[in-house]
Design a protein around this ligand. Structure first.
Ligand code: FES
Length: 93
Protein backbone atom coordinates (compact mmCIF):
# COMPACT_ATOMS: atom_id res chain seq x y z
CA UNK A 1 0.00 0.00 0.00
CA UNK A 2 1.31 3.46 -0.90
CA UNK A 3 1.42 5.89 2.00
CA UNK A 4 0.81 9.57 1.28
CA UNK A 5 3.71 11.91 2.00
CA UNK A 6 3.74 13.50 5.44
CA UNK A 7 4.22 16.87 3.79
CA UNK A 8 4.26 17.87 0.16
CA UNK A 9 5.22 21.15 -1.49
CA UNK A 10 3.66 22.02 -4.80
CA UNK A 11 5.44 24.83 -6.62
CA UNK A 12 3.66 26.56 -9.45
CA UNK A 13 5.61 26.84 -12.67
CA UNK A 14 2.71 28.20 -14.72
CA UNK A 15 2.99 31.15 -17.10
CA UNK A 16 2.60 33.83 -14.43
CA UNK A 17 4.58 32.20 -11.63
CA UNK A 18 7.41 31.11 -13.87
CA UNK A 19 7.74 34.45 -15.60
CA UNK A 20 11.47 35.06 -15.80
CA UNK A 21 12.01 31.53 -14.47
CA UNK A 22 11.15 32.47 -10.87
CA UNK A 23 8.83 29.53 -10.26
CA UNK A 24 11.34 27.03 -11.58
CA UNK A 25 14.07 28.67 -9.52
CA UNK A 26 11.94 28.40 -6.37
CA UNK A 27 11.27 24.73 -7.07
CA UNK A 28 14.98 24.10 -7.62
CA UNK A 29 16.08 25.96 -4.48
CA UNK A 30 13.46 24.29 -2.30
CA UNK A 31 14.21 20.83 -3.70
CA UNK A 32 17.91 21.29 -3.01
CA UNK A 33 17.32 22.57 0.53
CA UNK A 34 14.95 19.70 1.30
CA UNK A 35 17.42 17.19 -0.07
CA UNK A 36 20.23 18.60 2.07
CA UNK A 37 18.23 18.73 5.30
CA UNK A 38 15.75 15.88 4.80
CA UNK A 39 17.22 13.57 2.17
CA UNK A 40 16.19 10.46 4.08
CA UNK A 41 12.60 11.67 4.32
CA UNK A 42 12.51 12.33 0.60
CA UNK A 43 13.97 8.91 -0.15
CA UNK A 44 11.36 7.33 2.11
CA UNK A 45 8.56 9.19 0.32
CA UNK A 46 7.55 11.14 3.43
CA UNK A 47 8.54 14.52 1.98
CA UNK A 48 7.92 15.60 -1.58
CA UNK A 49 8.39 18.68 -3.74
CA UNK A 50 6.57 18.74 -7.04
CA UNK A 51 5.67 21.20 -9.80
CA UNK A 52 2.23 22.22 -11.05
CA UNK A 53 1.23 24.34 -14.03
CA UNK A 54 -1.23 26.55 -12.10
CA UNK A 55 -2.50 26.79 -8.52
CA UNK A 56 -5.25 29.32 -9.38
CA UNK A 57 -3.60 32.16 -7.48
CA UNK A 58 -2.08 33.86 -10.52
CA UNK A 59 -3.16 37.37 -9.49
CA UNK A 60 -0.37 37.49 -6.91
CA UNK A 61 2.15 37.85 -9.74
CA UNK A 62 4.88 36.02 -7.82
CA UNK A 63 5.73 32.30 -7.59
CA UNK A 64 3.05 30.48 -5.62
CA UNK A 65 3.48 27.38 -3.51
CA UNK A 66 0.90 25.14 -1.82
CA UNK A 67 1.63 22.88 1.13
CA UNK A 68 -0.31 19.66 1.54
CA UNK A 69 -2.07 18.35 3.50
CA UNK A 70 -2.63 21.73 5.19
CA UNK A 71 -3.62 23.44 1.92
CA UNK A 72 -1.79 26.60 2.98
CA UNK A 73 -0.68 28.76 0.07
CA UNK A 74 2.41 30.96 0.13
CA UNK A 75 3.44 33.78 -2.21
CA UNK A 76 7.16 33.85 -2.96
CA UNK A 77 7.77 31.38 -0.12
CA UNK A 78 10.71 31.72 2.21
CA UNK A 79 12.84 28.56 2.03
CA UNK A 80 13.75 28.61 5.72
CA UNK A 81 10.08 28.85 6.68
CA UNK A 82 9.31 25.85 4.45
CA UNK A 83 12.07 23.86 6.14
CA UNK A 84 10.55 24.79 9.50
CA UNK A 85 7.22 23.40 8.29
CA UNK A 86 8.91 20.07 7.59
CA UNK A 87 10.40 20.02 11.08
CA UNK A 88 6.98 20.75 12.56
CA UNK A 89 5.35 18.00 10.46
CA UNK A 90 8.01 15.48 11.47
CA UNK A 91 7.57 16.34 15.13
CA UNK A 92 3.79 16.06 14.87
CA UNK A 93 3.74 12.97 12.70
S1 FES B 1 0.37 30.47 -12.92
FE1 FES B 1 0.92 30.13 -10.85
S2 FES B 1 -0.93 30.22 -9.77
FE2 FES B 1 -1.51 30.37 -11.83
Amino acid sequence: MNELPLIRFIVCVGDVCDRDGRGSALHERLSEALDIDFGKGIAAGRIACTRRSCLRHCSQGVPMLRVEPSGDVYADADIERMLDLVEEALMAG
